[in-house]
Design a protein around this ligand. Structure first.
Ligand SMILES: [Fe+2]
Ligand SMILES: [Fe+2]
Length: 271
């Protein structure tokens, strides 16, 4: 089994990251044209709601897992991860306030997820769902970044993307560790289930957010390809024989754009 980042190292990462956030030029105002707002604000309201979950059930699963795995510090790492997601929710919420748009209280996708999450029995199931959503978030925030010239929104997206790259590593390392003892048949079955779940999640995100994705330059085919390309990379990283992540592994889809963005998508070197 290749080495993974320890829970203690994750705690240090999340703490350092919380203290090192990009400055957001709030004083610039929302700066969205009516057409841009029509395309992205309804979607941002729904996404903002999804980013504000308190993570109570996930934390309960993390506590049980930490005990089984004799890794007590994992609980604190998950707490800090949830806090980072809530920070995303706060940033997006503040942007909606700046734009003068009320925050959403309910949304069909969010309501379904809030019901289904009671059915997620353990950390592996939680992590499998979360890694799918976060993979789609990489494409989504990239699209939102491209969909307007708003300096505030673009900086928020950049911050979230920077955070999410680490979140994804946090998830795939854990899944690699949990899946390591399995044989090839169990591995194949699980990978089929992961693909079915990811296809369903990708379609659900498209249904709810296609206007915003299109506005950011992601018609369905490009969105689907970008999502699967990135997810395949994460699945590959879960394999026991995976090589350490390098920038070369970053799909060109995500490494496109100005040089700062390319740097943002550099994956951290394996521990
Ligand atoms: Fe997030
Ligand atoms: Fe995340």
């Amino acid at each position: 089994m290749r080495s993974i980042t320890s829970s203690r190292e994750w705690i240090a990462h999340y703490q350092a990251n919380a203290a090192n956030q990009l400055p957001i030029p709030w004083e610039a105002g929302a700066q969205l044209t009516t057409a841009q707002a029509d395309a992205i604000i309804p979607s941002l309201r729904a996404w903002q709601l999804g980013e504000t979950s308190e993570g109570v059930q996930m934390l309960a699963a993390a506590r049980r897992y930490a005990q089984q795995a004799a890794d007590p510090e994992f609980v604190e790492a998950v707490k800090l991860f949830i806090a980072e997601e809530q920070r995303h929710g706060k940033l997006l919420g503040r942007f909606l306030d700046l734009h003068g748009t009320p925050r959403l209280r309910r949304n069909w996708g969010d309501s379904i997820f809030r019901k289904l999450r009671h059915l997620l029995p353990n950390m592996e199931c939680w992590t499998t769902v979360v890694i799918g959503v976060e993979t789609l978030a990489l494409v989504y925030y990239r699209a939102i970044m491209e969909a307007s010239e708003s300096p505030v929104l673009r900086t928020i997206c950049r911050q979230i993307l920077k955070d999410e790259v680490h979140h994804l590593r946090f998830q795939y390392e854990r899944l690699a560790l949990i899946g390591a003892p399995r044989g090839p048949v169990a591995r194949l079955l699980i990978s089929l289930l992961q693909r079915v779940l990811f296809a369903a999640t990708t379609i659900a995100v498209w249904v709810d957010h296609h206007r915003a994705l299109r506005a950011g330059g992601y018609p369905f085919r490009r969105f689907w390809q970008a999502a699967w390309q990135r997810m395949e990379f994460h699945w590959h990283q879960m394999r026991p024989d995976a090589r350490p992540a390098r920038l070369a592994n970053t799909p060109p889809e995500l490494a496109r754009g100005d040089s700062k963005t390319v740097v943002d998508f550099q994956l951290p070197a394996d521990a």
